[in-house]
Design a protein around this ligand. Structure first.
Ligand SMILES: [Zn+2]
Length: 494
């Protein structure tokens, strides 16, 4: 930087992936926000002036020399990892093996410039900044890779740009998730697709609008390297149209024990083959409709799942559990018959639903399935995530991933913010368990007020095993309210 202006250009390779271009654009946008001037983005091969070169060996031929000379080292870097290096006063490299690595390396560059300008470390891109005067890049030589592969938000409607700037790579709650089973289950998911007229509650123009908005949303997430999963309760309530037009799919009326209005409902009868077939057709159509989808997030939990109490299903007893498993496997097979690489998140595995004492169903799930499990006891801030080691080892043996969920939507309150050491302690505790390599990550948490800062910490901890809450909070609070505010409250301090 010279006199508050960027004195370098950003260079991406001529065959750069869109995500690599987006990485350069992110850098340019932040620097423009800080200085009022945007560095130019080029695809030149020969760059005379000071430049930051972003790319992979396949997209950026200019990397070749640095790789050959050994100044840039990409060997052994896992997916999403990067090497940020200043070669001399005219060259900084942001190099990676894959486009996602280039994106996260660009985030590192932004953070490093922020740290250089403010002294806050780690610097968070949320920190407001006004750059004036000169800044010289020090001898950066940083290789970094994620602590966890699944860095997930389960909050819907998160800003994709924010997610990328905090290295979040999975959005697990796209579509409708209000937590009731009334309109966020497969039973009302007909609105996600064209056709299925006799099952639809909404008029077609409204559905078309809904589908268009969802597609734009999924595309926006993809553009920032975030893999979207569409959320469904299995199965939730049927549409009103099904009650009217297809009563043969439904079991006898059930009193909904958690109803707010005391209403009874008629559940899907999972033991009927035509119900299984209908959901297979629906799910296959959903997968065809949204090629941007990474996968489906299927959840079975409590009353929201909506059991059938006919003599064959028997509510949530052994027959009902088996019927739900049969339906779930059938849905997964149908989805993968359209797109074999489609992935799945299952939440609620082996809790009130999807009971699996001998782990036979766990082994049948496609390898790489993400199982979401709540932190600790439901609703209590505790430093013990309470992960059973036998579950962890079974997940590891089946090549799946366990992601631990702690979130306000799950009754874990923003207490987490002031109790961030509890979170750190719990993560450390879990990392010492046998089978800990099966832990895929920890969901983001913190939505309200200062709880937002906790979100920044949980995102960072998913990438950086050494991230300390007092430093992360210190930077976020101190940059806004001054050094005194950055002094982290200690236990017992008056
Ligand atoms: Zn039934």
């Amino acid at each position: 930087m010279r006199e508050g202006r960027p004195a370098f250009v950003l260079v991406v390779g001529p065959s750069a992936d869109p995500l690599e271009r987006r990485a350069a654009e992110l850098c340019a946008e932040l620097i423009e926000g800080w200085t009022g001037f945007s560095p130019e983005i080029r695809t030149d091969l020969s760059v005379p002036e000071p430049a930051v070169l972003l790319g992979t060996p396949t997209s950026a031929p200019s990397l070749e020399e640095a790789l050959r000379a050994g100044t840039i080292r990409l060997a052994g870097l896992p997916d999403e990892g990067y090497h940020l290096k200043r070669i001399d006063e005219r060259r900084v490299y942001v190099a990676a093996n894959d486009p996602a690595g280039v994106l996260y390396g660009a985030v590192e560059l932004i953070e490093r410039i922020g740290s250089l300008a403010t002294g806050w470390e780690p610097f968070d891109p949320d920190i407001p900044l006004r750059l004036t005067g000169d800044l010289d890049a020090p001898d950066w030589d940083l290789r970094s890779a994620p602590a966890y592969p699944v860095r997930m938000t389960i909050e819907s409607g998160e800003d994709p740009r924010w997610l990328a700037l905090h290295r979040v790579n999975v959005s697990g709650a796209e579509g409708v998730w209000v937590g009731t089973g009334i309109d966020d289950g497969l039973g009302t998911a007909f609105r996600y697709v064209d056709g299925f007229e006799s099952y639809q509650d909404l008029p077609e123009p409204e559905r078309r609008l809904f589908r268009g908005q969802l597609r734009s949303r999924l595309q926006a997430l993809r553009a920032y390297g975030v893999a979207p999963f569409l959320f469904f309760y299995v199965t939730g309530e049927p549409t009103r149209a099904i009650e009217r037009n297809h009563p043969e799919l439904l079991g006898p009326p059930v009193e909904y024990a958690a109803a707010r209005n005391g209403a009874f409902y008629r559940p899907f009868c999972w033991s009927r083959p035509e119900v299984v077939r209908l959901f297979q057709e629906l799910v296959a159509q959903i997968v065809r409709t949204y090629p941007e989808l990474e996968g489906l997030h299927l959840r079975a939990w409590g009353f929201e799942t909506r059991a059938c109490y006919c003599s064959e299903c028997g509510g949530n007893g052994p027959e009902g559990q088996e019927a739900l498993w049969r339906l779930t496997h059938a849905i997964i097979e149908a989805a993968r018959s359209v797109r074999p690489e489609l992935r799945f998140i299952l939440s609620g595995y082996d809790r009130s639903w999807w009971k699996d004492p001998d782990r036979r169903h766990l082994r049948r799930l496609p390898p790489g399935t993400i199982l979401l499990r709540k932190w600790g006891a439901d609703g209590e801030p505790t430093p013990d995530p309470m992960i059973p080691t036998d579950l962890l080892q079974a997940v590891e043996a089946a090549s799946h991933r366990l992601v631990i969920l702690s979130h306000e939507a799950e009754e874990v309150q923003p207490l987490w913010m002031v109790e961030a050491p509890l979170f750190r302690e719990g993560v450390r505790r879990a990392e010492a368990l046998p089978g800990a390599s099966a832990i895929g990550g920890w969901t983001l948490q913190g939505e309200v007020g200062f709880g937002r800062f906790d979100r920044n910490y949980s995102a960072r901890r998913n990438w950086d095993a050494g991230a300390a809450p007092e430093r992360v909070f210190g930077a976020l609070v101190g940059a806004r309210y001054g050094e005194a505010a950055a002094r982290y409250p200690r236990r017992g301090a008056v």
